[in-house]
Write a protein that binds this ligand. Sequence first.
Ligand code: PEP
Ligand code: MN
Length: 417
Amino acid sequence: MFDRLFDRLEAALAKPAAQQPIWGDPEQARDAVALLSRAEPIVTPAETARLRSRLAAVARGEAFLLQGGDCAETFAANTEAHVRANLWTLVDMAAVLARRTGLPVVKVARMAGQYAKPRSQAVDALGLPVYRGDMVNSIEPTLAARTPDPYRMLRAHADAARAMALVRSFGNGNGNGNGNGEGDGDNDLYVSHEALLLDYEQSLLRVDTSGPEPRLASGLGHFLWIGERTRQLDGAHIAFAELLSNPIGLKIGPGTSPETAAAYVRRLDPHREPGRLTLVSRMGHGQVRDVLPPIVEKVTASGHQVIWQCDPMHGNTYTSANGYKTRNLRHITDEIAGFFEVHRRLGTHPGGIHIEVTGDDVTECLGGAAGTTEADLPARYHTACDPRLNAEQSMELAFSVPEMAAADITDFEAALR
Ligand code: PEP
Ligand code: MN
């Protein structure tokens, strides 16, 4: 029976896979994958099982899911200071959300594995192979540095293990959710990343017979998601996610039809487990109010209890006049407002948000109380990929989310003006 599971894994991995690097030496790639499969798991089955039950509560409307962290983790920034700053930001946001919505908040970091990035172009402005995340190549703009190196997957695993150790010590030692009413009532911190690089993701899979059918538990993270660029229904990533027992996220952009959304739900939640699947809408603030409702209606009619989560970042990215990839806090806030409006109208639970955020004092996104402008962007623009909210902007967002959840504002842009 378990052989069949691994046959299905082989068949999944043989399907067309978007966004994979071309390793220079296939022999080295095989060697790196073999070494990786003998490494230690990053997370334990018990932790993942606990997250599964907490996400079931989110799907039932009894909790809120806060997911966030760097767009791309890097080896250089995998320091105790940076990891702790990012975790503090999540925990602080969660405390505000919990206090003001009255709901427990499930905290999931984009951390301990977020080292591979999908890219829109294969070549950068200099004509070099594009940076695909520290798991694949180096951001340094030379041909040698940009050449994919499969042994970087081993470094990514080691760095993920180190980050996870910091997550565990943070959860235990910071009075986070310390029972005196200051926290959000839950010490648990979970980790997630995009399941993008299949040579990495196929390692550290264990048979898991605890669910409705035998599946494969990834030891690389508690929660894995499939990105907007790799969600082809006939592709390897969806077929791979189907086999996992971990809770799964799926990014859906404005090109997603209600029928396609229903097909994803049938594929990825065949046993109708509440919270098994999180649909992460990233429509852009201008489209969310039009594109999301028919998707929510179609999926709701199917009877599956998914988590509806809003990623207000990836549909609102643009290039500033001075050449920086950026986002405006006003657009981010407006997409969340639109998301809440849609769910209020349809009677469904707006289950959570998924954001790119850091506790470091960066200048990557525009707006907020400090009034960050385009001219301010060069000062501390440190991201290896997409622009993140800084600690101050993230707290501003945390305070506005419960207001949007409660208020009947139909045009948040107008209300802000
Ligand atoms: C991301 O989350 O960093 C990302 C690339 O998102 P998406 O797949 O939604 O574009
Ligand atoms: Mn991103």
